[in-house]
Design a protein around this ligand. Structure first.
Ligand code: SF4
Ligand code: SF4
Length: 392
C-alpha cells in the first residue's frame, strides 16, 4: 500500500465510515429532498459530492490515484456550504476534512488555480484578498462618524474585506445603527483579512498568525465584544481562532444579527417600518445558518419591522441553497458561481417578494448581481440596512 499523504486520523476514520449513500447531497423531507450540493449539481457523478470526496481521499491514500489538477478541480467546486454536514448521518465536519485534502494537494506540488494563487498572495502581502488595487480599508466610514469613534470603546466592529471594499453599504448602515443608538464602537486600520480564503484553499499553516494578529488588536483595544457583519469572519472568530490559538478569546464574538436581536430584546433598539414594498424573504447565508446555527435572530429582527409580510423561500434554514459566493467559487469558477446565484434568486419568482434580505456581504454581492442579470426587479439588501432604515 503506497501512502501518498500523512493521513489525519479524522479523515482516515471518515473515509472508511462513509457508506457512499449519497444523502449528503440532498436536503431533508422539509425540502422535499431537493438536491443541495453545488459540487454535485456541477459534476453530476458521485465523485462530485462529500461522499465522493471521501472515496477520492481513500483512493489517494491507498495509492490508487495520484494528486493531480483534476482532483484539485473537483475539490474547488465545493462552496463550503455545509449542506453535506447537516444531511450526513454518518460522518461530520466534511468541510474541514476537505481542507485536509487541499492541504495535501498543496504539499504535493499541485498548484493552486491562478486566481486563488493571486488571492493568497494578496492576503499574505497586503492583508486583503483585493490587494492594493482598492482604496484604504475604512474609506467607507464617514469622516464625522470616524471622528466620534473612541479607541477605548466596548464594541469592536470587525468589518471584513467584502464589506470594507465591495459592499460598503453594509458597514455604513451597521455603524449608522450604532451611532443612532449612542453605542460607542471602534474599527481598526490594523484589521487583516480573517484568513478564511487561505484556510479553505488548503493553506491552513498560514492562518494562525493572522488569527493571532486579529485577536491581539481586539484584545489590546480593551473591547469586551467584537461584532461582525460577515458570517465567514464570524465563523473564523467563533470556531477556528480559539482552535488555532489553543485558547479562549478574551472577548465575546457576535454576528450583527445576534447583537441587534439582543438590543431588541432589552428594548434598546426599536424599529418602525421601511419604505416601499414590504413583502420580504430571507436567504440564510451558509456560514451563518449551517455553519453557526444562527437561523432565528435575523427572522426575529425582521418580525419587529412594522408592515413586513414575511415569506419563507421554498428551501431555507438548514435546507438553504448556497448563493454561490462561498468557498472561493467566485474567483475559481465565476460562471458556475453566477449559475448558483441565479438559481437561488430565481426562487423568489412567483412568491411576490420584492425584497430579499440576507446577512452576509458575499451573499448580497452574488445575489444582487444575479437579480440584476435576470431583471427580477427585486432588491437584495443586508439586514443591517433594513434596521438602519427602520430604526426609531
Ligand atoms: S458523506 Fe455521509 S451522506 Fe455522504 S455518502 Fe458518505 S456517509 Fe453517505
Ligand atoms: S460543503 Fe456544500 S458544496 Fe461542498 S460537498 Fe458539502 S454540500 Fe457539496
Amino acid at each position: 500500500m503506497i501512502k501518498q499523504f500523512s493521513i489525519d486520523e479524522r479523515l482516515y476514520t471518515a473515509m472508511h465510515k462513509c457508506t457512499r449513500c449519497g444523502q449528503c447531497t440532498y436536503g431533508n423531507e422539509e425540502a422535499d429532498f431537493s438536491l443541495l450540493c453545488p459540487m454535485q449539481i456541477k459534476g453530476k457523478f458521485f465523485t462530485y459530492s462529500a461522499g465522493g470526496v471521501m472515496q477520492l481521499a481513500r483512493a489517494l491514500y491507498e495509492g490508487k490515484i495520484a494528486f493531480s489538477e483534476s482532483v484539485r478541480d473537483i475539490l474547488y467546486l465545493c462552496t463550503t456550504c455545509g449542506a453535506c454536514e447537516v444531511n450526513c448521518g454518518v460522518i461530520e465536519s466534511q468541510v474541514d476534512l476537505f481542507t485536509l485534502i487541499k492541504k495535501e494537494l498543496v504539499k504535493n506540488g499541485i498548484p493552486l488555480l491562478e486566481p486563488h494563487k493571486m488571492l493568497a498572495e494578496n492576503i499574505l502581502t497586503k492583508k486583503s484578498p483585493y490587494g492594493g488595487r482598492l482604496p484604504g480599508r475604512h474609506e467607507w466610514l464617514p469622516k464625522e462618524r470616524s471622528e466620534k469613534m473612541s479607541s477605548q470603546a466596548e464594541i469592536f466592529y470587525f468589518v471584513g474585506c467584502v464589506s470594507s471594499y465591495m459592499e460598503t453599504e453594509i458597514p455604513n448602515a451597521f455603524s449608522s445603527v450604532l451611532e443612532k443608538l449612542g453605542i460607542s464602537f471602534t474599527v481598526s486600520d490594523e484589521e487583516w483579512c480573517c484568513g478564511a480564503p487561505l484556510y479553505f484553499s488548503g493553506n491552513e499553516e498560514k492562518v494562525p498568525e493572522i488569527a493571532k494578529h486579529n485577536v491581539d488588536i481586539i484584545e489590546n483595544s480593551g473591547a469586551s465584544t467584537v461584532v461582525l457583519t460577515c458570517p465567514t469572519c464570524t465563523m473564523m472568530f467563533k470556531k477556528y481562532y480559539p482552535k488555532w490559538l489553543k485558547r479562549e478569546l478574551n472577548f465575546e464574538v457576535l454576528h450583527s444579527t445576534e447583537f441587534l436581536e439582543e438590543l431588541l430584546r432589552n428594548g434598546k433598539l426599536k424599529l418602525d417600518t421601511v419604505a416601499g414594498d414590504k413583502t420580504v424573504t430571507y436567504h440564510d447565508p451558509c456560514h451563518l445558518g449551517r455553519g453557526l446555527e444562527i437561523y432565528d435572530p435575523p427572522r426575529r429582527i425582521l418580525s419587529h419591522i412594522k408592515g413586513i409580510q414575511f415569506k419563507e423561500l421554498s428551501i431555507s434554514r438548514e435546507n438553504s441553497f448556497c448563493c454561490g459566493g462561498g468557498g472561493l467559487l467566485p474567483t475559481g469558477f465565476p460562471e458556475f458561481s453566477d449559475d448558483l446565484a441565479r438559481a437561488r434568486i430565481s426562487e423568489i419568482k412567483g412568491m411576490g417578494a420584492k425584497l430579499l434580505v440576507s446577512a452576509c456581504p458575499a451573499c448580497k454581492e452574488n445575489l444582487k448581481i444575479a437579480a440584476k442579470k435576470l431583471k427580477l426587479g427585486a432588491k437584495v439588501i443586508d439586514i443591517a440596512e433594513m434596521v438602519n432604515e427602520a430604526i426609531i
